[in-house]
Design a protein around this ligand. Structure first.
Ligand code: NAD
Length: 295
């Protein structure tokens, strides 16, 4: 059993902390939001009055926060109370530069550090089946493995510091591009007289196959559990996809990587969100193909 400080008990962090409690760890949590705190208390977390109090003298500190600026501010705030040799895990999805800064803060106080963003969404957090993409030193990754286990379906060790965030932005850039392509193809198919089911039966077993078709098909019918069957309720909201596409374009800018489709996907999701669809599942981007005309 480890003593864990958990900072950021929102949609993802709340159920992740609850799974750590269920696994027998002593979790002391902190969040700025009263409802998040109340839920964490019900889930068996001890509640701290500040991030510092949550982190003080713990074996492990986990952060699950909205963006890079929150993570670096919290790391900076708690650095004086984290004990040397403690393990700091940031599971937020953040920009590479902030992830690097978080590692540097941890290193400056003699703490181990892992960037470990996740995929699998809120259901994955509740069910303890998240995929963690982890980056850090060998010693940090080894120390993190048993802590992540109760929250994880799978932990992929991606490499050195920031490799987890790198994998996350690359994966989600592919996801956005394939979802847009899948939406284009299903709408073109309809206009050519194909049924959605016929196109699904081909694509799901042919070379156009991807997760966007087989698990998350953006038209109702072929995959009954996809958000298309539930009026595009998330799932994974378009504004979160937009955030991740921004992170991948930041990373492309930093490295001079040529990512024209990633850049175009960002523009399409930006427009979709600006039109009031930020809370719609990201597969709802197919509505753009269904309503827009070729120019
Ligand atoms: P959320 O907004 O529900 O939770 C974030 C929590 O952080 C909030 O409760 C907020 O009050 C708290 N917070 C903000 N600043 C704080 C501070 N200084 N100290 C303490 N608490 C603070 O967001 P979420 O959906 O839980 O997402 C968390 C992270 O996980 C994000 O980086 C997101 O991109 C990533 N993520 C989310 C999903 C998803 O499906 N929701 C999937 C994968 C990754």
């Amino acid at each position: 059993m480890a003593t864990i400080g958990f900072i950021g008990l929102g949609n993802m962090g709340g159920p992740m902390a609850a799974n750590l409690v269920k696994a027998g760890h002593a979790v002391r949590g902190f969040d700025l939001s009263e409802p998040a705190i109340e839920q964490a208390r019900k889930d068996g977390c001890e509640i701290a009055a500040s991030a510092k109090e949550a982190a003080a003298d713990r074996d492990v500190i986990i952060t699950m926060l909205p963006a890079g600026k929150h993570v670096t501010a919290v790391f900076d705030d708690i650095k004086d109370v984290v004990r040397a040799g403690a393990l700091m895990i940031d599971s937020s999805t953040i920009d590479i530069a902030s992830a690097r800064e978080a590692h540097e803060i941890a290193q400056s106080i003699g703490a181990l550090c892992v960037d470990a963003p996740v995929s699998g969404g809120i259901m994955g957090a509740i069910n303890g089946t998240l995929t963690f993409m982890a980056g850090g030193s060998d010693a940090s990754l080894e120390a993190a493995a048993p802590i992540l286990e109760p929250m994880a379906g799978r932990v992929v060790n991606c490499g050195a510091a920031t490799a987890g965030q790198a994998a996350k932005v690359c994966n989600n850039m592919i996801l956005a591009i394939t979802m847009i392509g899948t939406g284009e193809a299903f709408e073109l198919g309809r206009r050519l007289g194909l049924t959605d089911q016929a196109l699904f039966d081909v694509v799901s077993t042919a070379s156009g196959q991807s997760w966007s078709t087989t698990t998350y098909c953006p038209v109702p019918g072929p995959v009954p559990t996809s958000p298309a069957n539930n009026d595009y309720k998330p799932g994974f909201a378009a504004d979160l996809m937009l955030k991740d596409l921004g992170l991948s374009q930041d990373a492309a800018g930093m490295t001079d990587a040529f990512t024209p489709l990633g850049a175009h996907a960002l523009e399409l999701y930006q427009q979709f969100c600006d039109d009031g669809n930020g809370g719609v599942d990201f597969s709802g981007i197919i509505k753009v193909m269904q309503t827009a005309k070729k120019v």
